[in-house]
Design a protein around this ligand. Sequence first.
Ligand code: TA6
Length: 306
Amino acid sequence: MTDLLASLNADFGLEGHVHFQAGENGLHMARIDNDLATAEVYLHGGNITAFQPHGSDPLLWLSPLAQFQTDKAIRGGVPVIWPWFGPHSVDSHKPQHGFARTASWQVSHAGALADGSTQLQLDLRDTSATRTLWPHAFALELVFTVGTELRIELTSRNTGDQPFTAGAALHSYFAVGDVEQVVVEGLADCEYIDKLDADRRKRQEGLVRIHAEVDRIYLKTENSCVIHDPLMARQIHIEKGGSRSTVVWNPWADKAEAMADFPDQGFRQMLCIETANAADDVRILAPGDAHTLSQRISLHREVPRQ
Ligand code: TA6
């Protein structure tokens, strides 16, 4: 075991809750295993790559081709998108979706809650490397609460002396039985930006169905979403806070084939529903201000329609 893992376990390890170990490709991760659920959180990118309440199938999708390289985002789980969503607004050489999802996060707290859940907090602060990409001082706190539900809270704080504008997303990859059979409830009548049609603004009619590539930013919505998955006889409920935009993405076949870390047919078993501050919903933080983007993911039985 490396010295860092030994010190992480000495400082934050918790019997019956959290243990730090070498994960894929030797990247350090927290293995959470309590009376309610299991989860895996990589310090690389602060990505929770697995969450599974006991007795249920995994809720998150992780690409079997995910590369676990320090210069790449892990494909799957919940990548943390910050401080911009999508391509950088002016400099295309800067990384897509910002730098948080490829940064090395630090553990600052681990604890057990009275209901048997496990809480884990990771922190990220500005460095000379981040300031080269984005010239601001900041503090990010990422808190996971793992129990029968999964709660994720990303708090951004402006620790500098100038205001900044930050975009963000909890870019959640959900596991589904067959994406063509699921429907997404909660976005009816919402305006959305269609990233596949020159960013035209359209309006959602009824339930969201996936029968081709979908890449949409839904706007002015604080709604919860529900993924109805008849094949797995379950519903995944996604409640959110601090967000008025929701991103829905499935790459479909051509984009899946074009990604080295994505199996050609993998698009059939995943769907991204992302709690975001994207497009019109980016947030301006004055010096000393903070903003929390949060989501609560829960599993419910889907009674097969008669
Ligand atoms: O969230 C949707 C999206 O912005 C898509 O446009 C697609 O690029 C996806 O993110 C994944 O981006 P990545 O940089 O992880 O390949």
